[in-house]
Structure formats: C-alpha cells, structure tokens
Design a protein around this ligand. Structure first.
Ligand code: CUA
Length: 175
C-alpha cells in the first residue's frame, strides 16, 4: 500500500532535498577543486605536560620557548592558550608577511580570533592548532578567545602589535 503524501508536501520534500544536495555539492567542490577547508592539523600533544621538555611535543610549548621565532621556513609564533589568557600576552609581528601560528591549550577548549584577519581557529586540548596567515592592517589588535572556556572567558585575551616590515625587530620583542 502506497503512503499518501500531500502534493504540496511532496513538492517541499524535493525543494529541501535539492537544497541539501546543492549544499553538499558546493562543500565537495570547494574542498576538492578549490582546496578550501577549515584549518586542520592532526598533531597531538600532552596538554598536562606542556611545561616539561619530555613527552609528546618535546618541550616546544615550554614557557621560555613561547613567542615569535625566526626559522628557515619563516616566522613562527608559538602560543599557549590557558584559562584565562594567551601566552605570551603581547607579540609583535610584521605586516604582509606569512606567519605560522602553532597553538596548544594548557587546559580546556579555547578559540583564537584576531579581528580584521582570518586568524580564527579552535584550540582543542591534546592537539596542536596550526594556521598560517598574514596581516594587512597595522595597529594593536586583541587576540580573542571565541570558545566558552569558563567564568573568565570574557576576560581571556592577548595583544598583537602589527608594524610595517621595516619597523619589525624580533630582538626588541618583549614578553
Ligand atoms: Cu578561552 Cu574562552
């Protein structure tokens, strides 16, 4: 026995199914052809041992290794997100230069967002978030946490000072 479906209902089933198929195809197209996808980097770290030089991660996120580094592959920023701040809390970076951020959480889930840039990703405890971007707007910008992480969430911050390339001096950086 065939189920009776109202013709109007039937029409809307096709409309919603069509919309869903369209959304899936767009996601597939942009992922496969345009290589656009959320930042992903499956690299694990032991959040409880970030401060030690042993264990998974080999001490990359120890306190005295945080901040901006010049490497053969360009500038790398090593950041720790913890309740309630980003450490080091003040960093200086040059404009229009690719910068690779490597961020780990010390405790719970955090997010990182810098206004007027596309630096925006989750920081999942146990994983290293890696994102490469460059900045085009000079000035002081807050680093904002955009995942609710506890009572101090609204006060969790860091600061990025973006300066023209010729004014950037990695030695003058203060933590
Ligand atoms: Cu960290 Cu909200």
């Amino acid at each position: 026995m065939a189920i009776h479906i109202d013709p109007l209902e039937k029409r809307w089933i096709f409309v919603t199914a069509g919309l869903a198929i369209m959304a899936w195809s767009m996601t597939l197209y942009f992922a496969a052809v345009e290589d656009i996808h959320p930042p992903s980097n499956v690299e694990v770290i032991d959040s409880a041992r970030l401060h030690l030089d042993s264990g998974v991660g080999g001490g990359e996120f120890m306190e005295d290794k945080l901040g901006v580094h010049e490497t053969p592959d360009g500038l790398v920023v090593t950041l720790v997100a913890a309740r309630y701040g980003f450490y080091p809390q003040h960093i200086e970076l040059p404009l229009k230069t690719p910068v690779k951020f490597r961020i780990a959480s010390f405790d719970v889930l955090h997010g990182v967002h810098v206004p007027f840039s596309n630096l925006n990703t989750m920081i999942v405890p146990g994983y290293i978030s890696e994102i490469t971007t460059s900045f085009n707007k000079a000035g002081d910008f807050p680093i904002i946490c955009n995942e609710y992480c506890g009572l101090g969430h609204a006060y969790m911050y860091g600061m990025i000072k973006l300066v023209p390339k010729n004014k950037f001096n990695i030695i003058a950086e203060t933590h």
